[in-house]
Design a protein around this ligand. Structure first.
Ligand code: 13P
Ligand code: SF4
Length: 332
């Protein structure tokens, strides 16, 4: 598609208004303006929405996304929105989750991006756990494949995991696959949790020393960490939660300085949406989340290849749906 000079200039300024907060120049914005214009036009024509996880790059979040959020918030939108098509900008399991929750919609992912947690466990591993611990309920973190969800009793995300665990009468629960998140949850529940050995390669990198240094340097700093971090990190922070919990905390708290112990996308969101707040310390990049780009989104809308279209065998989809529907029900 071709655009007039005025259309491109207008789009460049719209992008710059947001992206200047994360150090994009007007020239940088002018280089992507034709793509964001085309993506936004195709979305309307096709009755499609773009969902972007908060770890996506700012050009995606502020240039083309209709909704930006955490895995729970975006799953809810996928289940409830009346669009015919969803383009899910995130790792693959989130696209799969959208398809499971809304099987009649066409769900596309710009790229097949993995996740160290999702890759740490297979459906056969879960069946083996069931044989080893009969009658122990299985609570499965959403960062898993459809096949693993299909073997589970209920799913959870970092924003509702504790509530879901507490909803069971049993005093023993299998929590898979994130061992570090499991250890954080174990400190907050009386129930005995049985873990798997998965970890997030992004969040496990943070260490306690960096937090201590920041606390000494910035008096009054608020330090927020994701549930996927080690408990040596989460023990010394002001909030442990999901990405949405962190953003909410920043929104409501009067402090000036924040350290965000999570992926850099959240830092980009705070800089863009709360430019008066100051971010200190370093964040980490998720190589999987950062695989997605505007070119692939355009291709998914114009002429998707087989890998971009989410298809799940019906039997797996129906069984995984039960675990996700139960999560939605228990999260109300
Ligand atoms: P949220 O549910 O907090 O968005 O986390 C998803 C994720 O992949 C964190 O690494
Ligand atoms: Fe997976 Fe960690 Fe990346 Fe989240 S940040 S998608 S858990 S690898």
């Amino acid at each position: 598609m071709s655009y007039t000079k005025q259309q491109l200039q207008k789009e460049t300024l719209r992008l710059f208004e947001k992206l200047k907060n994360v150090n994009w120049s007007q020239e940088d914005c002018s280089l992507i303006a034709h793509m964001t214009l085309e993506i936004n036009e195709l979305k309307k024509e096709q009755n499609a929405i773009i969902l972007a996880h908060s770890y996506q790059t700012p050009d995606i979040m502020y240039g083309v996304a209709d909704f930006i959020g955490d895995s729970y918030g975006l799953s809810k939108i996928a289940a409830e929105h009346d669009a015919e098509k969803i383009v899910f900008c995130s790792v693959h399991f989130m696209g799969e989750t959208a398809k499971i929750l809304s099987p009649k919609k066409k769900v596309l992912v710009p790229d097949v991006a993995g996740c160290s947690l999702a890759e740490s466990i297979t459906a056969e591993d879960v069946r083996e756990l069931k044989r080893k611990y009969p009658n122990v309920p299985i609570v499965t973190y959403i960062n898993t494949s459809a096949e693993v969800k299909a073997e589970s009793d209920v799913c959870c995300t970092s924003s509702n995991a504790l509530k879901i665990i507490e909803s069971f009468d049993e005093d023993k629960i299998i929590f898979i696959p994130d061992r570090l998140m499991g250890e954080n949850l174990q400190k907050r529940t009386e129930k005995k949790l049985i873990f798997w050995h998965g970890t997030c390669i992004v969040h496990e990198k943070f260490d306690k020393k960096a937090i201590e240094d920041i606390r000494t340097k910035y008096v009054g700093v608020k330090i927020l960490a994701h549930y996927e971090c080690t408990s040596s990190v989460t023990d010394s922070v002001d909030l442990v939660g999901s990405t949405a919990d962190m953003l909410n905390y920043v929104k409501k708290n009067p402090a000036d300085n924040y350290m965000l112990i999570t992926e850099c996308g959240i830092t980009d969101r705070v800089k863009t949406e709360f430019p008066d707040k100051n971010i200190v310390g370093t964040c980490q990049l998720c190589p999987f989340m950062k695989q997605i780009n505007l070119g692939q989104i355009l291709m998914a809308l114009k002429n998707p290849n087989k890998k971009q279209i989410i298809n799940i065998p019906n039997d797996i989809l129906q069984r995984a749906k039960k675990s996700l529907d139960k999560m939605m029900e228990l999260s109300k």
